[in-house]
Design a protein around this ligand. Structure first.
Ligand code: HDE
Length: 684
C-alpha cells in the first residue's frame, strides 16, 4: 500500500513540475526525459537488471568517474569571488593596466588553503595557509599565488618534492594526516637548516589563523615590476586584512579540528553570505635594481623577508570578496593557479624557488584537470579575449572557425598577429652571465639571522606559544636523536628558545654557540597587527536558560550587533526560552549547549536573570564552556547576576578581558565589552 501511495505522490509531483516548467524535468546527458530515477530496468519485479537501461548506466558511469586527483599540495581549500580596486596610478613603477588608474576595478577569484592535508582534512591544523589570487585583468589573468607567511621552507625548487614527502603522512602507513608533528618532517628540518626561519613561523600562532579573513598574505618571492620604459624594480607583495591579524591557540585549534573541521571554510562562507565582506589591502615593497645588493641577505632567497622597517609597504589598492561560488567543484576545485600567469608590467626574479614554480604549476594542471584546455573552464577563463592557434586536445570546448591554425598566414590576413612590444607581454631584458653550475650561491648561506630576527620580534606570549609548539611537535617525534639535533639547531637562533624547548623535552641543554643579534622588526609581531576593528564580525555566545532576563538579553544582543558582532544565544536546552519578562523570548535560542563548545566563539556574555543564572551555574557543561573561553584568553562579560556563572566557572571578576557589571545598561556594557574582545588576554 505504501508503495502505491508514494508512487501516486511522485506522479503528482511530476505532473506539477511539468506544469510549472518543462526545464525542471530530469533528463539524461543526451537531453532525453527520464521517467523514473529510483528503479533500474528489470526483467520482472524481482528479476535481474537489464543492460539496455541506458539511463542507469549513464548515471552510474558518471558517478564512477566523479573524482579528479586532488592537488598534490594545498588540497584542502575554499574560494570566493570579489574585486580589486586600485587606489592610484602605479605607472611610475609598472605598466600593468589593472594598477594604472585610481578606482579601476578588476574581478578576482581567491582560494585559501592548507598545505599538507588531504582534501577532507581539518581546517585548523598547524600549517602554512595558501593565499592564491587570480586577477581577471583586461590584459589577461595575473595569478598571485602566495601564502600567509612571507618566507618559505627551502631555497631551491629541487628540494620541493623532498620537503613535501617529508611533511606529508609517512608513506608506509599514511600517518599522520595534516600534521607536521612526526619524524620525517623533523628529520628533513635538521638536515636542511635553511628551513629554520620558516619553522619558527610555522611554530608561531600564524600557523593557526582564526579566519582566512584575518590572515596576511605574501607573494613570498621577489618579483619584478616593469614600467613603460622597460625599467625593472624588485617587488614583494603583501596583503593586509582589514580586520587585523588574529590567530587561534593550539589547544583551541585541536579542539576545533573535531568540533568543526570546516571552521575556516564555514567562516568565510558565512561572512560573505551575511554581507560582512572580507577585505585586504594590497601593498608592495619596492627595491630599485640599483639597490639589489644593499641587504645582508639575498633578495633571491625565499627564506628571507625584507623587514618593513627597512623598506616600507606602499599601498596599491584593496580587495573585497563578496560572492561565494555556486559549485565548489566547478569553481574552487577546478581553479588552476600558475605563477607564470603574469601580465605586462609584472615579471620574475631569478629566485630559484620561483623559477621552479614557473614549471610546476602548468605541469600539475595537465594531470589534475586532464589536459591543456583547463583555461577554458569558467573559473579559469580570462576576461580578455583569447586568440591563438592552439587546437584540439582533451576537453576542447571552443569551436574554432576558419582553415588557418598557424602563423604566419596570408589566408586569414595574418590573424591572429603578434601584438608587438607596445601591447604584448615583453620579458624584461635582464642581463645574465656565468657558467652552467649546480651550486647554491654563497649569499644564501646564512640560515639563522632571520630566524633570530623573527624570534626577537615576538612578544613574550608569542615566544611562549612558539616554545610550546616546538615541545609538542618534537614530543611527538620518536627519534631522540632528531629531537636533540633540532634543539641544537635552535641554539643557533637563540639560547632561551633552545633551552625552553630542551627543558620541556627533558633533554640536555645544548652547548652555547654564538647567536645572531639582529634588530627586531616590530611589524612582525601579532601585537602590532590586531587592528582597530574591535568586535566587528566576531562571534559572541550569549549564555541563557529559562528565567533569563529577556530585557538584558535582547538589549545586549542588540547593542553588540550594532557594533558588528554576530551573537548566538546558547541555551542549556534546545527549544524556546521561558523568559522572566515579556520580550523577544521566543525563538531566540540559536544553539543548544550540547551542540557547541567555546572554541566556536570569540567571546562569551551571560545576561541577568536569577533562575537562569542558577541553572547555568549548576551545569558542569556550562562551567566548562566558560572556563575554556577564559583559558583561551577570550573576553567574558556578565550583566547583573550573570557574574555568578563566571564565578562558578572559576573566572576572577577583575581579570583582564572580563567585563562584569551590575549597574551599566546594555549599551554601555557593550561598548566596554567590544573593546575587551578586540584581542586575546594572555596576561591572565
Ligand atoms: Fe606551490 N604548488 N609550489 N607554493 N602553491 C601548488 O599547484 C610548488 C610554493 C602555493 O589554491 C601546486 O595547482 C613548487 C611557494 C599555493 O590552487 C603545485 C614549489 C608558495 C598553492 C605547486 C612551490 C606556494 C600551491 C599543487 C617550490 C608561496 C595552491 C596544485 C618550487 C609563495 C593554489 C597546484 C590553489 C599549489 C608546486 C612552493 C603557494 C604542485 C614546485 C613558495 C597557494 O604545482
Amino acid at each position: 500500500m505504501g508503495h502505491d501511495t508514494s508512487r501516486d505522490r511522485k506522479d503528482e509531483q511530476l505532473e506539477a513540475a511539468r506544469v510549472r516548467d518543462d526545464d525542471h524535468l530530469l533528463t539524461t546527458n543526451q537531453g532525453v526525459p527520464v521517467d523514473d530515477d529510483d528503479n533500474t530496468l528489470r526483467a520482472g519485479e524481482r528479476g535481474p537488471s537489464l543492460l539496455e537501461d541506458f539511463h542507469f548506466r549513464e548515471k552510474l558511469t558518471h558517478f564512477d568517474h566523479e573524482r579528479i586527483p586532488e592537488r598534490v599540495v594545498h588540497a584542502r581549500g575554499a574560494g570566493a569571488y570579489g574585486h580589486f580596486e586600485a587606489y592610484a596610478s602605479c605607472g611610475d613603477v609598472t605598466r600593468a593596466h589593472f594598477l594604472a588608474e585610481p578606482g579601476r576595478r578588476t574581478p578576482v577569484f581567491v582560494r585559501f588553503s592548507t598545505v599538507a592535508g588531504s582534501r577532507g582534512s581539518a581546517d585548523t591544523v598547524r600549517d602554512v595557509r595558501g593565499f592564491a589570487v587570480k586577477f581577471y585583468t583586461e590584459e589577461g589573468n595575473f595569478d598571485l599565488v602566495g601564502n600567509n607567511m612571507p618566507v618559505f621552507f627551502i631555497q631551491d625548487g629541487a628540494k620541493f618534492p623532498d620537503f613535501v614527502h617529508a611533511v606529508k603522512p609517512e608513506p608506509h602507513n599514511e600517518i599522520p594526516q595534516a600534521a607536521s608533528a612526526h619524524d620525517t618532517l623533523w628529520d628533513f628540518v635538521r638536515k636542511q637548516t635553511e628551513t629554520t626561519h620558516m619553522m619558527l613561523w610555522v611554530m608561531s600562532d600564524r600557523a593557526l589563523p582564526r579566519s582566512y579573513r584575518t590572515m596576511q598574505g605574501f607573494g613570498v618571492h621577489t618579483f619584478r615590476f616593469v614600467d613603460a620604459d622597460g625599467t625593472g624594480t624588485f617587488v614583494k607583495f603583501h596583503w593586509k586584512p582589514r580586520l587585523g591579524v588574529h590567530s587561534l591557540v593550539w589547544d583551541e585549534a585541536q579542539r576545533l579540528a573535531g568540533l568543526d573541521p570546516d571552521f575556516n571554510r564555514r567562516d568565510l562562507w558565512e561572512a560573505i553570505e551575511s554581507g560582512a565582506f572580507p577585505e585586504w589591502e594590497l601593498g608592495v615593497q619596492l627595491v630599485p635594481e640599483s639597490r639589489e645588493h644593499e641587504f645582508d641577505f639575498d633578495l633571491l632567497d625565499a627564506t628571507k623577508l625584507i623587514p618593513e622597517e627597512l623598506v616600507p609597504v606602499r599601498p596599491l589598492g584593496r580587495m573585497v570578496l563578496d560572492r561565494n561560488p555556486d559549485d565548489f567543484f566547478a569553481e574552487t576545485e577546478q581553479a588552476a593557479f600558475h605563477t607564470a600567469h603574469v601580465v605586462p608590467g609584472i615579471d620574475f626574479s631569478n629566485d630559484p624557488l620561483l623559477q621552479a614554480r614557473l614549471f610546476s604549476y602548468l605541469d600539475t594542471q595537465l594531470i589534475r584537470l586532464g589536459g591543456p584546455n583547463f583555461a577554458q573552464l569558467p573559473v579559469n577563463r580570462p576576461l580578455a579575449e583569447v586568440h591563438n592557434n592552439q587546437r584540439d586536445a582533451y576537453h576542447q570546448s571552443s569551436v574554432h572557425v576558419g582553415r588557418t591554425a598557424y602563423t604566419d598566414n596570408a589566408l586569414a590576413m595574418g590573424c591572429p598577429a603578434a601584438a608587438g612590444p607596445e601591447r604584448g607581454y615583453q620579458h624584461l631584458q635582464a642581463g645574465v652571465d656565468g657558467a652552467k653550475i649546480k651550486r647554491r650561491s654563497p649569499s644564501f648561506a646564512d640560515h639563522f639571522t632571520q630566524a633570530a630576527l623573527f624570534w626577537r620580534s615576538m612578544s613574550d606570549w608569542e615566544r611562549e606559544h612558539i616554545v610550546e609548539a616546538f615541545r609538542f611537535e618534537l614530543g611527538k617525534v620518536d627519534s631522540v636523536e632528531i629531537r636533540r639535533d633540532v634543539v641544537a639547531q635552535l641554539a643557533h637562533v637563540d639560547r632561551a628558545l633552545a633551552e625552553g624547548v630542551a627543558d620541556g623535552l627533558a633533554l640536555e641543554r645544548p652547548e652555547a654557540v654564538a647567536t645572531p643579534e639582529p634588530a627586531p622588526s616590530p611589524a612582525l609581531s601579532l601585537d602590532a597587527l590586531a587592528g582597530d576593528s574591535g568586535i566587528a564580525t566576531m562571534k559572541v555566545a550569549v549564555l541563557a536558560a529559562s528565567g533569563v532576563d529577556t530585557g538584558t538579553l535582547s538589549g545586549v544582543v542588540d547593542a553588540l550587533t550594532v557594533r558588528g558582532a554576530v551573537c548566538e544565544v546558547v541555551a542549556c536546552d534546545a527549544g524556546q526560552l521561558d523568559g522572566d519578562a515579556p520580550g523577544r523570548d521566543k525563538d531566540v535560542v540559536r544553539r543548544a549547549m550540547f551542540t557547541v563548545a567555546a572554541p566556536l566563539y570569540d567571546a562569551v556574555v551571560v545576561p541577568d536573570g536569577d533562575r537562569a543564572v542558577e541553572r547555568l551555574a549548576d551545569d558542569h557543561v556550562v562551567r566548562g564552556f566558560v572556563a575554556e573561553a577564559y583559558r583561551h584568553g577570550k573576553a567574558l562579560g556578565s550583566l547583573g547576576l550573570g557574574v555568578g556563572v563566571l564565578a562558578a566557572s572559576g573566572v576572577p571578576e577583575d581579570a583582564p578581558g572580563v567585563v562584569s557589571t551590575r549597574d551599566l545598561g546594555p549599551d554601555e556594557f557593550a561598548a566596554r565589552f567590544a573593546a575587551a574582545a578586540a584581542r586575546r588576554h594572555w596576561s591572565r
